[in-house]
Ligand binder design. Structure first.
Ligand code: 5RP
Length: 227
């Protein structure tokens, strides 16, 4: 199976976690896009969605699903989202699609985080994928130096992906640093530490908002990991 087919498989499998009549938390990315496509088949049986990005909001609305603002809803039963890496404890790196801040907010509002991913995302230790960190622009250079002190190399994400290009601006009007060279052996401690740095909006380690379940797409089907 291709990676795209594996994403479609887990996107479809995630429907089992959507409670009829509920408002569902929806993440961002190519795997979530497959989930949104699958959700179209039950759009008349859900009350709507809370979305983690402008891109997902547009996709949900295009298929006729009502999107609520996060402030209109107290708690969500389930949040469904992808990951750039997930380890065997359910800790993740997220933010490859630059939506990490809203993703963490909607995840925090949800009772259960269901991660959908193809098997290439499962790792022993987080850190091979460049760690996304959303930052206030005026703090970016100092934060990059703080990562250098930890052995990391931070690069400002550009719009087109080209080095030195115009910086990408997130849905929140901020910038993204992508940090390579880290081995994150203590995700909870690391997330706590980096969250204290002035100017960090969100670090892309999801340890406090880890997954409860991961639906992992493999060529022999969907494996369900429960953390
Ligand atoms: C977006 C994310 C995505 O969930 C993550 O990047 C995985 O994306 P994809 O499903 O396209 O591989 O965190 O900010």
């Amino acid at each position: 199976m291709t990676q795209d087919e594996l994403k479609a498989l887990v996107g479809q499998a995630a429907l089992q976690y959507v409670e009829p009549g509920s408002i569902v938390g929806v993440g961002t990315g190519s795997t979530v896009n497959k989930f949104i496509d699958a959700l179209a088949t039950m759009k008349d049986r859900i009350a709507g969605a809370v979305s983690s990005s402008v891109a997902s909001t547009e996709r949900l609305q295009a298929i006729g699903i009502k999107v609520f603002d996060a402030t209109e809803v107290d708690e969500l039963a389930v949040y469904i989202d992808g990951a750039d890496e997930i380890d065997h404890a359910g800790y993740m790196i997220k933010g490859g699609g630059a939506a990490l801040t809203r993703e963490k907010i909607v995840a925090a509002q949800s009772r259960k985080f269901v991660c959908i991913a193809d098997e290439s995302k499962l790792v022993q230790t987080l850190g091979s994928f460049p760690l996304p960190v959303e930052v206030i622009p005026m703090a970016a250079r100092r934060i990059a130096r703080q990562f250098a002190a930890l052995g990391g190399t931070a690069t400002l994400r550009s719009k087109g992906g080209a080095a030195g290009g115009e910086p990408l601006v997130t849905d929140n009007g901020q910038h993204i640093l992508d940090v390579t060279g880290l081995k994150i052996t203590d995700p909870l401690g690391f997330e706590s530490q980096v969250n204290q740095w002035p100017g960090v909006v969100t670090v892309g380690v999801f340890a406090f908002q880890k997954a409860h379940v991961c639906l992992l797409g493999a060529s022999d089907g969907v494996r369900t990991l429960v953390f």
